[in-house]
Design a binder for this molecule. Structure first.
Ligand SMILES: Nc1ncnc2c1ncn2[C@@H]1O[C@H](COP(=O)(O)OP(=O)(O)OP(=O)(O)O)[C@@H](O)[C@H]1O
Ligand SMILES: [Mg+2]
Length: 253
C-alpha cells in the first residue's frame, strides 16, 4: 500500500498527526455523519478542530478510474475548496487529503477540513420554517451568495440542503458550502443558473423569494423567473418520486 498525500504549508511537518488520526479514525472525536461516507469531528491540539471525511471505498472499476484518469473525491474536495476561497466564496478551510493506493487501485481516501461551527443547514429552513423569524431575509441573503458564486463562473453540482451550512454572526448570516467534489468552472447560461437551485428541494414559498431575488439581481422578469423555477422543480419532483418507486420495486429501499 502506498500513500499519496497533500498537506497545507502550515502543517507540512505534522504528517504523523494526520496518520495517527487515520489509524484511529473510528474511535477519535465524535461521529457527525455516516451514510455512504463517514465524517467525524476530531480535535487535535496542534491541528485544531477538524471535520475528517473518510470516503467509502469505490467499486472496483472506480478504484482504477480514480487512480488513473480521474482525480479522487478527496483531491477534488481539497482543490475545489481552495479555489472557492480564492474567489471569496466561503467553505471550511481545506487542510489536507490522503489517498491510499494498492498498485493502480485507489482504496481509501480522506479529506481534512476545518470544522465549521454552524447553527443550521438549509434543511432546517425547509423543515422548521416557523423557527426562523428572519426566514425571508436568510433566503434573500442565500440567493445573493449563490448569485456571487454563479458570477464567479462556478457551478456547484451538489447544491443540496445538507451541503449548505449557515451561521448567524451578530445580525448577519454566513453561508458555507461543503461536499465540493462535483463542480464545474465556466460561464453559466440562464438555464444552468436556474437549474442549479433545483436540487435544494425548495418549497413554493422558497421559490417565490429565491426567484424574485435572483431575478432582481440579474435584471430579469420576476414572474417569469419564478414560473421557470416552479416548472423545473415539478419535473425534478416527478423524476425523484419515479426513482423512489423504482427503487422500492427492486427492493433497494
Ligand atoms: N467542515 C465541516 N464542518 C462542520 N460540519 C461538517 C463539515 N463537513 C461536513 N459536515 C457535516 O457532515 C454532513 C455531511 O457532510 P458531507 O455532505 O460532506 O457528506 P456526504 O457523505 O457527502 O453526504 P451526502 O452524500 O448526503 O451529500 C454535513 O451535512 C454537515 O452536517
Ligand atoms: Mg453532502
Amino acid at each position: 500500500m502506498k500513500w499519496k498525500i497533500h498537506i497545507i504549508e502550515e502543517f507540512k511537518y505534522e504528517k504523523h498527526l494526520f496518520f495517527d488520526i487515520i489509524k484511529n479514525f473510528n474511535t477519535l472525536g465524535c461521529l457527525i455523519f455516516k451514510e455512504r461516507n463517514t465524517l467525524r469531528k476530531i480535535h487535535n491540539d496542534v491541528l485544531g478542530t477538524l471535520a475528517v471525511k473518510s470516503f467509502k471505498k469505490p467499486i472496483l472499476i472506480n478504484q482504477y478510474i480514480y487512480s488513473t484518469f480521474r482525480k479522487s473525491k478527496a483531491y477534488r474536495s481539497f482543490y475545489n475548496a481552495k479555489f472557492l476561497l480564492s474567489k471569496n466564496i466561503n467553505t471550511p478551510k481545506p487542510i489536507a487529503f490522503f489517498e491510499q493506493k494498492k498498485g493502480k487501485k485507489l482504496i481509501h481516501s480522506f479529506y481534512f477540513s476545518e470544522y465549521y461551527n454552524y447553527d443550521f443547514t438549509f434543511r432546517e429552513l425547509i423543515e422548521k420554517k416557523e423557527m426562523f423569524a428572519d426566514w425571508n431575509i436568510i433566503l434573500q441573503k442565500f440567493t445573493e451568495f449563490i448569485y456571487k458564486m454563479h458570477n464567479s463562473q462556478i457551478l456547484f453540482k451538489d447544491l443540496s440542503p445538507g451541503n449548505i451550512l449557515i451561521k448567524k454572526i451578530n445580525n448577519l448570516y454566513e453561508f458555507s458550502l461543503i461536499d465540493l467534489n462535483r463542480m464545474a468552472f465556466k460561464d453559466l447560461s440562464w438555464d444552468e443558473r436556474l437549474q442549479n437551485f433545483i436540487r435544494l428541494s425548495m418549497t413554493e414559498d422558497m421559490i417565490n423569494i429565491i426567484g424574485k431575488t435572483y431575478a432582481k439581481l440579474t435584471n430579469r422578469n420576476e414572474m417569469e423567473t419564478i414560473k421557470i423555477l416552479i416548472d423545473k422543480n415539478q419535473i425534478y419532483l416527478t423524476k425523484k418520486s419515479q426513482k423512489q418507486k423504482f427503487k422500492k420495486l427492486i427492493g433497494k429501499k
